[in-house]
Design a binder for this molecule. Sequence first.
Ligand code: ATP
Ligand code: ZN
Length: 297
Amino acid sequence: MIAKPSEERLLIALQKKGRLADDSFALLKACGLRFAIRGGGLLARVKNMPVDLLLVRDDDIPSFVSNDAADIGIVGENVLVEEQLTGELDAQIAMRLGFSRCRLCLAAPERGTVQSADDLSSTRIATTYPGVTRRFLSERGIDAKLVEMKGAVELAPSIGVAESICDLVSSGATLEANGLAAFETILESEAVLIRSTRALPAAKADLLDKLLRRIEGVTTSSGSKYIMLNAPKAEVDAISALLPGSDAPTVMPLAGRDDMVAVQAVCTETVFWETLEDLKALGARAILVLPIEKLMS
Ligand code: ATP
Ligand code: ZN
């Protein structure tokens, strides 16, 4: 039995198994939620917070959130947009999560009749995303026939069901293995946290705010570094300007050195070797780049 969301415990719908599942679990664990996922269970209880996890197929997540079977959910933007376009749905993006990135692409056999979107008129396109594909076609004023499939779309051209396909692509290896080449991206997707437009009970709304702040802390800190270095006093401005994505570094005196200071800063953008070499060229010494585990601004 699926329990209806209670007044107190926030119910989060997650993919049980698949390309979203592990990263979704890892994100929540990084946010401090303690839970264990066991084999067949539909529900997992978070031990240290009033939160429960509803473990389902990704396709069901938007409608569960829309119909109040869950308070929030984590799902691919591709699935959310498709469901928004093909049905009445009260579910929207509360936060982008940055993982499970992929593209919904049109693709066709490498030397076939369809080589670009201009060739699609009066052809057949196989897809599991009829909503998003239809939207693209109508925006471009293209009159093509959709062949809706449940899976294995990449086989459609070789079995003569369609001249092209519209499918998810991440590395492109599956397309290549089937002799297909992508010629148009119609949607860029990543995992998103979704919620309905309805207000949550106060306790759950507070909990959701806390969770969103923690997710922000985890996602920003994953690319961030803490830089410590010693620098000639005269070069502090030039050195600060080189530190990627940091504002107002801390500058401190160094014992017994009038000409040098210690500089410390949080860098929210990637610190490349080139940056370190440029810092060194300006006289920076003892440069340390440290990972940041959590960040709350
Ligand atoms: P379920 O059993 O839950 O219905 P599924 O087979 O529909 O799973 P997965 O293949 O696990 O789904 O993909 C889940 C989501 O992961 C996709 O909807 C998409 O947002 C994302 N994703 C990332 N990379 C890829 C990829 N290369 N192919 C397909 N989906 C990808
Ligand atoms: Zn699915």
